[in-house]
Design a protein around this ligand. Structure first.
Ligand code: FEO
Length: 408
């Protein structure tokens, strides 16, 4: 049952978090397995003669959202609604909010958001498009709107509450899961949360990775990063003990900063042949002091691709094992690779281990895809049927070459 949090964050201005823990969702964007769930965070600010709502929740939770809002204010009193991003996980409840509000509130977003509000919901009255860097005085507070395109859509902006040094960031600096706390005050909670932030960054924003860095640079240049007192994202933990930490964390995921020794190993094995080769590679990696993190597709297990892509950014290198399947790459590895190249395309070395029965295709095809990507193709070792002693020598040599690339 989704839990609702209504938490007062500040007395002056009066600022509230409205969070719902979506423990019902299984596949975010109908794609990414998130058994850990996700939260939708909206915020409400009361200041002189103004009540400002920042974003909302998903449509399915619109009634609960109205209930939560109504426990603080009369929805009719909302004077402004800031729409940072129109993806329906943040905007789905807006039509009901507007109805309860009597369509009196001024809606503020980027010009792109204005277009999307009309196409998604037919909302076109009272929508005011703001420009990048525009400031608006609401009550006794100044709201500065900063466009953050592609974090996560082209419509996206964040709001900087100038006097209080608070960022309302929507998707940016958010993460998956349902943390037991609302903020970063408990280190154990933060430690558990951060891997879900990586998984979220890669799956949701990974395709637009270069914008993570570009927008981080933009925010830095505005002089906001060092001063910010609170980051209030649309998903996951609020950052108020150490807001700079999540900036830095995002930057590291964007850059693909590796954890020393971590090598991601992904493979399929229908009948144990690929596994034999991969086990040799794992053995060699361990002998060399590395820590392989292994995901395998077999007749007994099929890990979530969302988990695998989330492991890429902090890996030093990848080993991919695949069997040839109907003159192609095994379908599980084919899809996994497709998502890695789309969402987690990093400048990291890759060793490919292919296995085939009568005609080798998988290794060659993976090699061609890797060569076209940002990854560094180290070698492709194709094995026919069982792995022979000769193959073993080649695989161990391949692993040593992979490791050499890391030291260059
Ligand atoms: Fe959380 Fe791009 O929506």
């Amino acid at each position: 049952m989704p839990k609702v949090w209504i938490e007062k964050l500040l007395d002056e201005p009066e600022l509230y978090l409205l969070r719902i823990d979506d423990d019902q969702v299984k596949y975010f964007e109908a794609t990414w397995d998130i058994p850990e769930g996700i939260t939708y965070n909206a915020y409400l600010m009361k200041t002189d003669n103004a009540v400002v709502l920042f974003d909302a929740w998903k449509k399915g939770y619109a009634d609960k959202f109205l209930e939560a809002l109504s426990s603080i204010i009369d929805p009719k009193d909302i004077t402004h609604i800031i729409v940072h991003h129109t993806e329906p996980d943040h905007s789905g409840a807006l039509p009901k909010v507007l109805e309860a509000n009597g369509y009196k509130a001024k809606i503020i977003g980027t010009a792109f958001a204005k277009r999307l509000l009309e196409s998604f919901y037919g909302i076109k009255e009272n929508v005011h498009a703001v420009k990048d860097g525009e400031e608006l005085k609401i009550g006794n507070r100044t709201l500065k709107f900063i466009a953050l395109p592609w974090l996560h859509w082209p419509d996206t902006m964040i709001t900087y509450l100038v006097e209080d040094k608070i960022i309302f960031s929507c998707d940016a600096w958010g993460g998956y899961s349902i943390p037991e706390r609302i903020d970063d005050s408990d280190e154990d909670v933060v430690e558990r949360y951060l891997p879900y932030a990586t998984k979220y960054i890669v799956t949701v924003i990974g395709h637009y990775r270069k914008y993570i860095m570009e927008n981080a640079e933009k925010i830095k240049k505005l002089g906001i990063v060092d001063d910010v007192k609170m980051i209030l994202p649309g998903h996951g933990l609020i950052w108020r003990k150490n807001p700079q930490r999540i900036f830095e964390y995002y930057a590291n995921v964007g850059l693909g900063t590796p954890k020393k020794g971590k090598i991601l190993v992904i493979y399929d094995s229908m009948y144990g042949f690929v596994e034999k080769s991969v086990r040799i590679a794992i053995d060699e990696l361990q002998k060399l002091g590395f820590k392989p993190v292994v995901y395998k597709f077999t007749d007994k297990e099929a890990p979530a691709v969302s988990e695998i892509v989330g492991e890429v950014p902090d890996s030093e290198a990848l080993v991919i094992g695949a069997s040839t399947y109907e003159a192609n790459i095994h379908p599980r590895i084919r899809y996994t690779l497709y998502e890695i190249l789309d969402k987690a395309n990093y400048e990291k070395p890759v060793l490919i281990l292919g296995t085939f029965g009568w005609a080798g295709v998988a290794g060659r095809e993976i090699g061609a895809l890797i060569k076209k990507s940002k990854f560094d193709h180290v070698d492709t070792i194709e094995v026919k049927g069982r792995t022979t002693a000769e193959d073993e020598v080649k695989i161990r040599d391949g692993v040593r070459e992979l490791v050499k690339r890391l030291r260059k």
